[in-house]
Write a protein that binds this ligand. Structure first.
Ligand SMILES: NC(=O)c1ccc[n+]([C@@H]2O[C@H](COP(=O)([O-])OP(=O)(O)OC[C@H]3O[C@@H](n4cnc5c(N)ncnc54)[C@H](O)[C@@H]3O)[C@@H](O)[C@H]2O)c1
Length: 288
C-alpha cells in the first residue's frame, strides 16, 4: 500500500505515548480514532492533551487553528472495531506485555481492513514476536516514537524478516508526513539504534568511573563541554532512572548472552541499594 492510500489512522492505547502519537497524526491532517480499554484513560488522555497542546500554543509552536483542526479530527472510543474498521494504518501503544500485544494484534487482524498496516510502538519487543499472531506478517513492523512525541523528532521504523519493502516504505513516508524524521532498521535488534548508542555511552562512562580513571562529575563534563551533549551520561542516567537502565541492560544481556551487555557492577550495586536517581533522591548525584 502506498502512502497516498493511507487516509485514516487508528491508535490503540491512550497512555503517554498513544495520546501524543494520535495528536501528531491529527495535527498532520489525518482523521484519527483512538481506542483504549479503560474509559478513565481516554478521559485523562483528553485532559492531558488539552493542557499539552495549550502550552504549545502559548509557546508559539502551534497555532490555535492547528490545534482546533487536530481536535476536530480526533475521536475516542473503547470499541476496538469502531476504531480500526476503516483504518489504513494502525499504531499500537498499549502496555508493554508480549501476551497483551499478541492478543491485540490477532484481534486487529480480524477487525482492520486486510490492506491495513499494523505497527507497534513497543520500545523493547521486536515485531517478529507479534507478527505471527496475524495473517499479514508482511504488513507488521515496529514504529518506535520517543517521549514526548509532540517534541521528539526521531522515529525508528524496524523491519522484521517478513515485513515487506512496501510496508517499510509506507511507514517511513508516514513518519515524514507527520513531521518526524524516520530512520529505517532493515533488521531487528534489541534496543534498536538510539537506545543502543545511549547504552554504549552509559557503559563506557561507568567503565571509566569504575576503573578510577576519572570522577563521574568530570566524565559528565567531558560529555557536555567536549562533545556538546546537553547532559552528561551520569546526569542523564539519574534522570531516566537507574532502575530503568538496569532493567534495559539486564534484558539485553539475557537476550544476547553477550558478557559485554551485562550491567556494570556499579549499576547493580546502586540498583540493589534502591538508589534509582532523581526519583529516589540519590543516584550518582544526591538530590534535595
Ligand atoms: N513511555 C515511554 O517513554 C515510551 C517510549 C517509547 C515507546 N514506548 C512504548 O509505548 C507503549 C505504551 O507506553 P506508554 O508509556 O504510553 O504506556 P501507558 O501505561 O502510559 O499507556 C498504556 C495504555 O494502554 C492501555 N491498554 C492496556 N491494554 C490495552 C489493550 N489491550 N487495548 C487497548 N488499550 C490497552 C492502558 O489502559 C493505558 O491507557 C509501550 O509498548 C512502551 O514500550 C514507551
Amino acid at each position: 500500500m502506498s502512502i497516498d492510500a493511507v487516509k485514516r489512522i487508528g491508535v490503540v492505547g491512550s497512555g503517554a505515548m498513544g495520546t501524543q502519537i494520535a495528536a501528531v497524526c491529527a495535527l498532520a491532517g489525518y482523521p484519527v480514532k483512538v481506542q483504549d480499554i479503560a474509559t478513565e484513560s481516554l478521559e485523562r488522555a483528553r485532559q492531558v492533551l488539552t493542557e499539552q497542546l495549550e502550552k504549545r500554543v502559548q509557546k508559539g509552536k502551534l497555532s490555535r487553528e492547528q490545534v482546533d483542526g487536530a481536535w476536530s479530527r480526533l475521536s475516542w472510543t473503547t470499541d476496538l472495531g469502531e476504531a480500526v474498521r476503516d483504518a489504513d494504518y494502525v499504531i499500537e501503544a498499549i502496555v508493554e506485555k508480549l501476551d497483551a500485544k499478541r492478543e491485540l494484534f490477532a484481534r486487529l487482524d480480524e477487525l482492520a481492513p486486510a490492506h491495513a498496516i499494523l505497527a507497534t510502538n513497543s520500545s523493547t519487543i521486536v515485531s517478529s514476536k507479534i507478527a505471527d499472531a496475524t495473517r499479514r506478517p508482511e504488513n507488521v513492523c515496529n514504529m518506535h516514537f520517543f517521549n514526548p512525541v509532540l517534541v521528539m523528532e526521531l522515529v525508528e521504523v524496524v523491519m522484521n524478516p517478513q515485513t515487506s519493502e512496501d510496508t517499510a516504505d509506507t511507514a517511513v513516508e508516514l513518519c515524514r508526513r507527520i513531521g518526524k524524521t524516520p530512520i529505517l532498521l532493515k533488521k531487528e535488534i534489541s534496543g534498536f539504534v538510539a537506545n543502543r548508542l545511549l547504552m554504549a555511552l552509559f557503559k563506557e562512562a561507568m567503565y571509566l568511573y569504575e576503573q578510577g580513571i576519572a570522577d563521574f562529575k568530570d566524565i559528565d563534563l567531558a560529555a557536555t563541554k567536549a562533545l556538546n551533549h546537553p547532559m552528561g551520561p551520569f546526569t542523564l542516567m539519574d534522570f531516566t532512572g537507574l532502575d530503568v537502565n538496569y532493567y534495559v541492560m539486564q534484558q539485553q544481556y539475557a537476550e544476547t548472552g553477550d558478557p559485554a551487555m551485562k550491567p556494570p557492577e556499579i549499576l547493580r550495586e546502586k540498583f540493589e541499594r534502591g538508589e534509582f536517581g532523581r526519583k529516589s533522591g540519590k543516584g550518582f548525584y544526591t538530590y534535595e
